[in-house]
Design a protein around this ligand. Sequence first.
Ligand code: CA
Length: 486
Amino acid sequence: MKKVIISVLLLCCTNAFAQSNKPTPVFYEIFVRSFADGDGDGIGDINGITQKLDYLKQLGIGGLWLTPFHPSPTYHKYDVMDYYAIDPEYGTIADFKNLLAQAHARNIKVVMDLVVNHTSSRHPWFINACDGKAPYANYYVWSDTAKAKGWYNNLKNPQQKYYGFFWEQMPDLNFDNPEVENEVLKIASFWLAAGVDGFRLDAAQHIYEPHEPEKNMRWWNKFHKHVKQINPDAFIIGEVWNKDSLVAAYLKDGMDACFNFDLSAAILRAVSTSTPGDFIQKLISMHALYRSYNPNYADAIFITNHDQDRYASILNNNIPQMKQAIAILFTLPGIPFLYYGEEIGMLGKFPDELRREPFLWGLQSAYNTRWEKAVHTTSATVIPLDKQMNDDKSLFSYYRLWLKLRNDYPFLSRGKLVTHTTTYDGCIAFELLDKQQQYLIIHRLAPGNLQLKLPKNATVLYAQQATKSGNKFQLSAGSVLIIEIK
Ligand code: CA
């Protein structure tokens, strides 16, 4: 009997421990080619990242998402020719293992992009498949009759067409073939053994086309099981660029987190129109939906990523609106993802290359990459990092402040989002519940002043641009309050 009681207690404690220590790092997406050049050839590389880990640590980053680094014919490398190697222009496996060791020594996790919806048309599997060679012929999706968009001629056999959802040079893998599944599981095992902390699953909803969530999830459940058997703590985050009702299904025994694209749009809408609308109500119902599929899911929150115009460009470089977007992002529960360069206000608009311009370390910095001529982010339009670091009024300093708040107050990451009883006109206001504590967060969006009385037993943890007189605060556009209610 005693034994039973002890194990029950242990079980409770284990769960409570997991809850209270839920890792809550802020992630940073690195477009490898553009971030930091470690060897002077003008192209970003693995060693460049390693040499900038102290910078990232200083910024408050606890996790990295690296865009693909495998051998590939394209600059972005989202079409892989060899899943077991590093593209020589980025470095070697030894460089990568060194990056992992150095990152882990600084308590920074490293998640890699896994691009398995398709390969490069130059992958040996596809070259063999076009020649009809076993077993590779069945690695891809073929048809003799298809005429629809996305089907391309096999140049070796004109009777036959292959499927490529994104592009002629990105043939889709055939996940009805168990050998393909095993190849992908083997790739995951290889990189987990090398020490990566997880995977960002590129194009996760496109495994089966047209969009078939149930078939996609059959595969991702299998992938999830495999990865967690090797490392239960490995982090699996999915790119499912779709509405919340379709994203939710991917959170059940598939992904630990999915990127919240709807939230990205909602943040930009709220700050650019200065109106809260139904921002919080929508997010609360989204969370309820996601929780019904996976109680332990994490919301991967972000403003923009490498496939979108940079938000500084979307907001026309309006610094007060940008600061408001940052403050909103960092007060919402989940795991925030910064896209490299956001911390210095980099600009960038379609086409994609111009959303991925060289990071501006300094006017003369040897780390600046030169693989493309920057159009939007130049020293004439954006203040380089080295200058911003020494200016406590810079956007960089504002980011550092918010990352510090985020890291100092774990309730911001793990709190349960609920509505607050009082509504404040022109404000995004909400509560976060964490460990029987109640926190109130208020962002003033609308122009004009708002005077508000603090709730009873309130302790102000952080006030930005808010004038206090007695137990009243005067807020204006851009004000933020973080309050603990006892
Ligand atoms: Ca280089």
